[in-house]
Design a protein around this ligand. Structure first.
Ligand code: PLP
Length: 421
C-alpha cells in the first residue's frame, strides 16, 4: 500500500518532472490537450483492476455491475453529444478504432482511398507500413498544389477511376474544413462507403463550431484526447444498426481483449464536460487563437523571412507553417521554439522537398492553451513570440522571448492547487 514516491521514486520523479514541463512551457502540439482533473481521477482509479470483456449486460466476466454503468453512461453521452444512434466507446486508441472501422466495412484486399500521409492524412488511412497499408489496397488523394486544399472535382475523378470500396475523409494536419456532403455524394456515385475520421476536430464538432460528419458518413471514428480533452483513447459512431453490430464484433473480439474500464469512465466524464457551455466557449477561444496565429504569421515581416501559412489561414484549431523558403527547416524551427519554451511539432508540408525527419513545416495548435485559459489577447502575444523567433532564426534574442513565454505560463497556472500527481 505504499505511495508511488515511496515505492518507486524514479518513476515518481518522472511524473513530477513532466508536470513541471507541462506547467512551465506553452503546449502547442495540435493533437495534445490537458485532461481535466476529474478525467485523471477516473483514469487513476480502481477501475483499472476490472476485466470486462464483452459489452454492458453481456460480459464474459462476473462483477461487472458497476463498470456497466460507466460504459452505458459513456455510450449514451457520446450518442447525445454527436447526435449518433450508436456508439462504441471501447477502442484503446484512435488507431485501434480505425482498425475496427476498416474491418467492419471491408475485407482484406479491398481498396481504400484516403488523404496521403504526406499531405496531412493519418497513418491508419493507408500508410504502407501501417496495418491499413498492409491489409488493403491503397489509393491516396492529395491536396491541390496551388491552393493546398482538397479539390473535390479531382477527388471525384480519382474515385471514378479507382473505384475504392471505402473513401476516407479526415486528417491529422489540414487547416480547413472538408465538405462531408460532397464526400457522401462521391461515395454514393462510385458505390463506396464513407468513413470520416474526426480525431482532430471532434471537440469543435461537439461544440457546434464545425460541421458534423455524423449525418453523412457510414461510420465516424475519433480519438477522445485531442480537441475533446478526454482520456487517451478512441470512439466509433454510426447510425446504421447492421454496421454497429459489425463494429462491436470487430472491436471485441476482433481487435481487442478486455476494455480499459478506467479510460471508459474517463470518456464518460469527458463527454459530460464536452456538452457544457464552458466547453463550447473554450472551443471558441481555440478557434480564435488559431486565427490570431495564422494572421500574425501571414504579415509582411514574416513573409520577408520566407515563412508563410499554408492556405493563408485556418478554419480549425491549428495553423500549418510553410518553411520551404525559410532559412530554418522544420527540425531547426521546432528546436528553436523548444528553446524558448514553446512545444510544437515539425510537420511535412505537401510536396515537401526535405525528408520526413527534417521537414519544411510546423504544425501549431491552440487547444491545450485554450484549456489553460488563454483568450485572444494571450494568443496574439504567443503568435508574436513565434513570429519573432521565426523571423530572426538562430539570431533571435532567446532570453527575451523565453521571458515573455514564462510570463504567460505564470499568468495561467496549469492544474492550480495541485503540488503533485
Ligand atoms: N486518426 C487521426 C486523424 C489522428 O490524427 C490520430 C492521431 O494522431 C489517430 C487517428 C490515432 O490516434 P492514436 O494516436 O490514439 O492511435
Amino acid at each position: 500500500n505504499r505511495s508511488l514516491a515511496e515505492l518507486d521514486p524514479e518513476i515518481a520523479a518522472v511524473l513530477e518532472a513532466e508536470l513541471g514541463r507541462q506547467r512551465n512551457t506553452l503546449e502547442m502540439i495540435a493533437s495534445e490537450n490537458f485532461a481535466p482533473r476529474a478525467v485523471l481521477e477516473a483514469q487513476g482509479s480502481v477501475l483499472t483492476n476490472k476485466y470486462a470483456e464483452g459489452y454492458p449486460g453481456r460480459r464474459y466476466y462476473g462483477g461487472c455491475e458497476h463498470v456497466d454503468v460507466a460504459e452505458n453512461l459513456a455510450r449514451d453521452r457520446a450518442k447525445e453529444l454527436f447526435g449518433a444512434k450508436y456508439a462504441n466507446v471501447q477502442p484503446h486508441s484512435g488507431a485501434s478504432a480505425n482498425a475496427a472501422v476498416l474491418a467492419a466495412l471491408i475485407e482484406p484486399g479491398d481498396k481504400i482511398l484516403g488523404l496521403s500521409l504526406a499531405h496531412g492524412g493519418h497513418l491508419t488511412h493507408g500508410m504502407k507500413l501501417n496495418f491499413s497499408g498492409k491489409l488493403y489496397e491503397v489509393a491516396a488523394y492529395e491536396v491541390d498544389p496551388e491552393t493546398f486544399t482538397v479539390d473535390m472535382d479531382k477527388l471525384r475523378e480519382q474515385a471514378i477511376a479507382e473505384k475504392p470500396d471505402v473513401i476516407i475523409a479526415g486528417w491529422s494536419a489540414y487547416p480547413r474544413q472538408l465538405d462531408f456532403a460532397k464526400f457522401r455524394e462521391i461515395a454514393d456515385e462510385v458505390g463506396a462507403k464513407l468513413w470520416v475520421d474526426m480525431a482532430h476536430f471532434a471537440g469543435l464538432v461537439a461544440a457546434g463550431l464545425h460541421p458534423s460528419p455524423v449525418p453523412h458518413a457510414d461510420i465516424v471514428s475519433s480519438t477522445v484526447h485531442k480537441t475533446l480533452a478526454g482520456p487517451r483513447s478512441g470512439l466509433i459512431l454510426t447510425n446504421d444498426l447492421e454496421l454497429y453490430k459489425k463494429i462491436n464484433s470487430n472491436v471485441f473480439p476482433g481487435q481487442q481483449g478486455g476494455p480499459l474500464m478506467h479510460a471508459i469512465a474517463g470518456k464518460a466524464v469527458a463527454f459530460k464536460i464536452a456538452a457544457s457551455e464552458e466547453f463550447r466557449e473554450r472551443q471558441e477561444r481555440t478557434l480564435a487563437g488559431a486565427r490570431a496565429l495564422a494572421e500574425r504569421l501571414s504579415q509582411a515581416d514574416v513573409a520577408e523571412a520566407g515563412v508563410s501559412v499554408l492556405t493563408g489561414g485556418t478554419d480549425v484549431h491549428l495553423a500549418l507553417v510553410d518553411l520551404r523558403n525559410s532559412e530554418l527547416d522544420g527540425q531547426q524551427a521546432e528546436d528553436l521554439l523548444h528553446e524558448i519554451g514553446i512545444t510544437v511539432n515539425r510537420n511535412a508540408v505537401p510536396f515537401d522537398p526535405r525528408p520526413p525527419m527534417v521537414t519544411s513545416g510546423l504544425r501549431i495548435g491552440t487547444p491545450a492553451l485554450a484549456t489553460r485559459g488563454f483568450g485572444e489577447t494571450e494568443f496574439i502575444e504567443v503568435a508574436d513570440i513565434i513570429a519573432t523567433a521565426l523571423i530572426n532564426g538562430q539570431a533571435a534574442d532567446k532570453e527575451a522571448l523565453k521571458a515573455r513565454v514564462d510570463a504567460l505560463a505564470e499568468a495561467f497556472p496549469l492544474y492550480p492547487g495541485h503540488e503533485e500527481w
